[in-house]
Structure formats: structure tokens, C-alpha cells
Design a protein around this ligand. Structure first.
Ligand code: ZN
Length: 240
């Protein structure tokens, strides 16, 4: 049940079937010379929609902006502040709660540490203001970590590499360009730098040459199945 595609009456009927909503959170950020800026957003949206085909669950309109630290200076990256992301998520979930939704899964396609910290802060805040809410905050990356790793040849793959290129080849091959090569950022340790692009010009962290459509399809299935399990767990979760 894709909320922006429902009528008000559809929404009410949906509530009789499920009080669970997935909130896809993406980012608009540089993903190398070969992947679109919306890669993280596409991944989050696709996984949520796939799960909505498997079981009765609402999918909220996606957040297409995230907190992008290391790609902040790459062309096309549109980053928002942690406070903005936190406020946005709090407002959206409070509004969903007012509409009688009770189980919330915030699924992020962007796995940046600062970004995910903002989502967690929002979730912790909401636990104190919404007494009947159950909340999960998870990144796609975390959902695929264990099972997905077995499929991936690149040990340190994380951004626009084997995993993300495979995912995009599976779902939006027309947006993937050729010619990407393996790379890893070389940031100074512990020292913060103003121009991240200087230390990481490619915006690739991993090996896109190892990507394939088959791997992407398998990875997406792994994520959807793991998300399915998480939703069941959350819906049955009773806090002691
Ligand atoms: Zn990404």
C-alpha cells in the first residue's frame, strides 16, 4: 500500500489490514562516474515496494535527501544537516502516528555514520513521545551484511562498488554507465578535512568491475527477505 497512490478511503481500508509503515530514506549524492545520484534512494524505495507486494504494509512517501559527509563536495550531492533530517523524520512519523499507524520501520538506503546517527536520534526521541509506537531503524547495508557478504568478492566494498553497482544493474540498468574502476578513499586518519573530494575524487569505495545483474537480484531478495523478518518481529515485539 503505497501511501501517495491511495485515496483517503483506501487508506482507511488499509488500516484495517495493517498498522505498519515502512519509511524509505535515501540520499542524493555522488556515486562515482557510473551510478546515478539517487542510487541510495532507489534502493530503499525498491526494497520497501517489493515487500509491500509480499505482505500488507504501508509505504510512506520517501525522503530523498540525507546527511552526506564524505561526498559533500562531489558534483550533484545535495546534503541536509543532521538536525534537519532528524526533525523531518520526527514530523513524518508523528503524522503517521496521528493517522493511527503504530509500527514504524525506517529503512535507509544510505549507510553514512552521521546520517544513521540522526535517524537513530529521531527514533529514540519518538519512543519518548509516542507511547504506542514500535520503531525500528535499519540500513539496507546492515540487512544484507551477513548473507550478502557471501555473494560479494570485494572485501572492503561500500560505496558505488560491487554491491551498489550490482543492485542498480538489477533494477535500473538504463541508469548505469560503463567504465567504472576499483578505488578506495585515502582520508587522513582522525583529521577532518574540508574538501573530501580531494582525498576521494572517484566517489567509488570498492570494486564496481565485479558487479553483475545476477548478484544484484540476489542481494535485493536477501534484503527484502530480511526486512520481511524484521517487520514480523517488530509487529510481535512486546517490550518488557
Ligand atoms: Zn550508496
Amino acid at each position: 500500500m503505497i501511501i501517495e497512490e491511495l485515496t483517503s478511503d483506501d487508506f482507511l481500508e488499509g488500516l484495517a489490514k495493517s498498522q505498519t509503515v515502512l519509511v524509505p530514506v535515501g540520499a542524493t549524492e555522488g556515486h562515482g562516474a557510473h551510478l546515478p545520484l539517487g542510487t541510495d534512494s532507489f534502493q530503499a524505495i525498491d526494497v520497501c515496494r517489493r515487500l509491500a507486494e509480499r505482505r500488507e504494509v504501508f509505504v510512506a512517501p520517501p525522503i530523498l535527501y540525507g546527511v552526506c559527509r564524505s561526498t559533500g563536495q562531489h558534483p550533484g550531492t545535495l546534503s541536509i544537516r543532521s538536525e534537519t533530517l532528524k526533525s523531518l523524520l520526527v514530523d513524518i512519523i508523528e503524522s503517521l502516528y496521528d493517522q493511527r499507524l503504530r509500527n514504524f520501520v525506517v529503512l535507509s538506503g544510505h549507510a553514512g555514520g552521521t546520517h544513521n546517527a540522526a535517524l537513530l536520534e529521531a527514533g529514540e526521541h519518538l519512543l519518548t513521545t509516542l507511547p504506542k509506537a514500535r520503531i525500528a531503524v535499519v540500513s539496507e547495508y546492515a540487512l544484507a551484511a551477513a548473507e550478502g557478504r557471501a555473494l560479494i568478492e570485494t572485501a572492503e566494498d561500500s560505496h558505488a562498488g560491487e554491491i551498489e553497482t550490482s543492485r542498480m544493474l538489477a533494477t535500473r540498468p538504463h541508469l548505469v554507465k560503463a567504465g567504472a574502476s576499483e578505488d578506495y578513499p585515502r582520508f587522513p586518519q582522525h583529521i577532518l578535512v574540508r574538501n573530501k573530494r580531494h582525498f576521494w575524487p572517484s566517489a567509488v569505495w570498492g570494486d564496481p568491475t565485479k558487479a553483475s545483474r545476477e548478484k544484484g537480484l540476489k542481494l535485493e531478495n536477501i534484503v527484502v527477505t530480511a526486512l520481511d523478518r524484521l517487520v514480523t518481529e517488530l509487529e510481535n515485539f512486546i517490550e518488557p
